[in-house]
Design a protein around this ligand. Structure first.
Ligand SMILES: [Zn+2]
Length: 542
């Protein structure tokens, strides 16, 4: 398409100009530099299928013709971006049990898209450690990793930093370009959609329009911004850069990890990695090493509410187990007046069968938010329940410390057994005097018995057991941790999404790292903490 050629031509001209600006004194090409590209949410299995079917042509070329290697990586539990990045960036086994959880001691929820929560977690859990991106650039990540420049990183959303006037000027220049190109591509996408709608008014659903909006924000604007910001840093010789592309993850949540729309998003990310590669080739004197990796994969899930036909899990648990006597709709809404940043969850699909149902869903789902409650949580009678995805947490608030099976059974005899046998529920994890236990379909399994239960046929059952051990060692993990993984009939998510992650299914846990020939990455990688000492070597002299 001619406009694309024009845009690409303009972009090449910009690349040259930014390079000429050179942002102050050119750095000495003394050591190897680090570029990490994260493709959020992409499992090894989906990447391999995409490569085989021509959906990731640049990554295919990298591995087949450019001498790059691909190694498997097991990311541990929970399979969630903040847990992965805390481990990889700082080398710590974090206390981050999910994307949304409760801190009993501080009496507050942590919800990553909310301003300040990521910064707090990074400040407290990475305390005193040097991050792998120290003094570098981080784009699209949950944490800064110690970067000096971190446009749109959750942890610094409110106060982006950056040093030097020239740097600022050239960033403004880059932003102006993103503005121009983003506008052009947005208009193209919108025009295409309007033409499609004019040709066939019934072809474009509400979901289609919603998706168009998501695509324009995430896949045009953010991806352009991240690519240009990273390209800008590459020309400047910034020693360490970590860029995370969210497109595929968001599309896979909305449509499923193997849906054509998710694979198209992956194709666009592949093109962006290719652009960064071309920039790398223009600055060979900086000796950049490129790594492409993923933080977790996704599992295709069914919705909990569709299976039970009832209220969401955070309500159902009260109705069925904790507080069956009280009026189901008389939920005490705990209004803290927290303003909820419109997080990624807000982009997720709300699939509902009919107009009336949609209206009811709207009232049920969004009314508590208007009153200041964080999404997908309920608190009643000293018990707080949070649904974070295919995982949910139950907290008994009268004790600031995590409770064991023995403590819980005193209050609610045989609770874990009963919950694990309920429809739409997979496994239930709980601490006990003899270590973490896993309940599945009404039966109890110690971690060395998982192969006899929910994880039969898993070659990596040891990794699953280790993940569960790590997860239940986190003090912020719920007193009960409930997963939809391994539910009767397939995996289940407790929020509205088709692709989900946080759980231990193979596609969620098994990702990859693509690395240059000659690099000796740890092998096997059984936890992202192993990446920390490896990437820290880029901070040693020589
Ligand atoms: Zn995600």
């Amino acid at each position: 398409m001619p406009l694309d050629h024009l845009v690409l031509g303009l972009q090449r001209a910009l690349d040259r100009l930014v390079r000429r600006l050179r942002l102050g004194a050119a750095p000495v090409p003394d050591r190897r530099r680090l570029l990490i590209v994260q493709i959020d949410g992409l499992s090894k299995a989906v990447l391999e299928e995409a490569i085989a079917r021509g959906r990731a042509p640049f990554l295919a070329r990298l591995v087949r013709q450019r001498g790059y290697r691909m190694a498997p990586m097991n990311v541990g539990l929970p399979t969630s971006t903040p847990a992965f990045q805390m481990a990889a960036m700082y080398g710590v086994r974090p206390d981050i049990p999910g994307f949304h959880y409760h801190d009993k001691r501080r009496r507050t929820d942590i919800y990553f898209p909310r301003g300040g929560d990521a910064a707090h977690v990074e400040a407290t859990q990475a305390a005193g450690r040097i991050g792998i991106v120290r003094d570098g650039g981080t784009y699209g990540c949950v944490f800064t990793g110690g970067a000096a420049s971190n446009l749109l990183t959750f942890a610094r959303l409110k106060r982006p930093s950056g040093a030097g006037l020239l740097r600022t000027i050239s960033m403004v220049f880059v932003l102006a370009w993103v503005l121009l190109k983003g506008s052009i591509v947005s208009v193209i996408e919108l025009t295409r959609a309007l033409l499609r709608a004019a040709a066939d008014p019934f072809s474009v659903s509400t979901m289609g329009w919603k998706w168009l909006a998501i695509k324009i924000v995430i896949s045009v604007w953010l991806r352009e911004l991240f690519t240009l910001a990273a390209a800008h840093d590459l020309y400047a010789g910034v020693s360490r850069i970590y860029v995370n592309y969210l497109d595929y993850d968001v599309a896979a949540h909305a449509w499923g990890p193997r849906h054509r729309r998710a694979l198209r998003a992956l194709r666009r990310v592949d093109a962006s990695v290719h652009r960064l590669w071309r920039v790398l080739r223009r600055v060979p004197e900086y000796r950049y090493d490129l790594y492409v990796l993923s933080d977790h994969g996704q599992a295709t899930c069914r919705s909990y509410r569709r299976i039970t036909g009832g209220p969401p899990l955070e309500e159902a648990l009260f109705d069925e187990f904790f507080d069956p006597s009280s009026e189901p709709r008389a939920a005490a809404v705990e209004g803290k007046g927290q303003r909820i940043a419109s997080g990624l969850k807000a982009y997720r699909s709300h699939r509902a069968p009919g107009l009336f149902q949609r209206f009811v869903n709207y009232l049920e789902r969004d009314f508590p938010r208007l009153l200041g409650e964080t999404p997908e949580s309920r608190e009643r009678a000293g018990i707080r329940v949070i649904s974070a995805g295919p995982n949910a947490f139950v907290y008994f608030l009268d004790s600031p410390e995590p409770l064991t099976l023995e403590d819980i059974e005193k209050r609610f005899p045989a609770l874990a057994t009963a919950v694990s046998a309920a429809p739409g529920i997979g496994i239930v994890l709980i601490r006990s005097a003899s270590g973490p236990l896993c309940f599945w379909r009404g039966r109890r399994y110690a971690l060395d018995e998982l192969r006899a239960g929910p994880f039969a046929n898993r070659a990596d059952v040891e990794r699953v057991a280790e993940g569960i051990r790590d997860l239940m060692a986190m003090r912020s993990a719920g007193d009960l941790v409930i997963y939809g993984t391994a539910a009767e009939g397939g995996d289940v998510s407790f929020i509205s999404e088709i692709g989900a992650h946080a759980g231990p299914s193979p596609d969620e846990m098994q990702t990859f790292i693509i690395y240059p020939r000659g690099a000796t990455v740890p092998s096997p990688i059984t936890h992202p903490t192993q990446l920390y000492p490896y990437f820290m070597r880029y901070q040693e002299a020589g």
